[in-house]
Structures are given as structure tokens and as C-alpha cells.
Design a protein. Structure first.
Length: 94
């Protein structure tokens, strides 16, 4: 969707990876429109439903192939307030 930016938008596109613990598809058009209002062409990669950690850890994930400039994590209240962890040590994360 929107492979080329409108003529009035200059510069390189922002490649945004979006990972969520709940349904996020309804937010993606608003992200694109908000970017256009600020002169940004945002290309979005949406991770599969509920996959937050997996795309970050898999060496050949679609997210890594997309090569985002930024990643937006959208977590629901249960994941924020629970004992959510990746099972990695601090050294492994680094």
C-alpha cells in the first residue's frame, strides 16, 4: 500500500516495524496519514497477530528482512502489567 510517496513529500521513507500483543491493523492507516501530515512517507511492516518477541529474535524474520528504521511496540494492559519476559538473560539481550 502506498509504495510511492505523494509528490509533496520529500526525503527517504520511514520504515516502521509495528509489533503488537493485540489487534493493531486498525491503527496502521492513522500512522500513515499522521506521517503524511508531517511530511513523512511511512512504510509499515506489521508483525503477525500477537507476535512481539518472535520477530525480534528470529534471524531470518520478515521484520529483519524489512529492515525498519524504528519499531513501535503496542502492548495491551495485560502484557504491560503481567510478568512478561522473553526468557533471555541481560547479556543475551545486549
Amino acid at each position: 500500500m502506498f509504495p510511492e510517496p505523494p509528490e509533496e513529500v520529500r526525503g527517504r521513507p520511514v520504515r516502521l516495524g509495528v509489533l503488537g500483543s493485540s489487534t493493531i491493523k486498525h491503527l496502521l492507516p492513522a500512522l500513515r496519514v499522521s506521517g503524511l501530515r508531517r511530511g513523512l512517507h511511512i512504510q509499515i511492516h506489521e508483525a503477525p497477530y500477537g507476535q512481539v518477541v518472535q520477530p525480534l529474535l528470529e534471524p531470518d524474520s520478515a521484520l529483519k528482512k524489512f529492515n525498519p528504521n524504528a519499531i513501535l511496540l503496542i502492548l495491551d494492559a495485560w502484557h504491560i502489567c503481567s510478568d512478561f519476559h522473553t526468557g533471555l538473560t541481560e547479556d543475551e539481550v545486549e
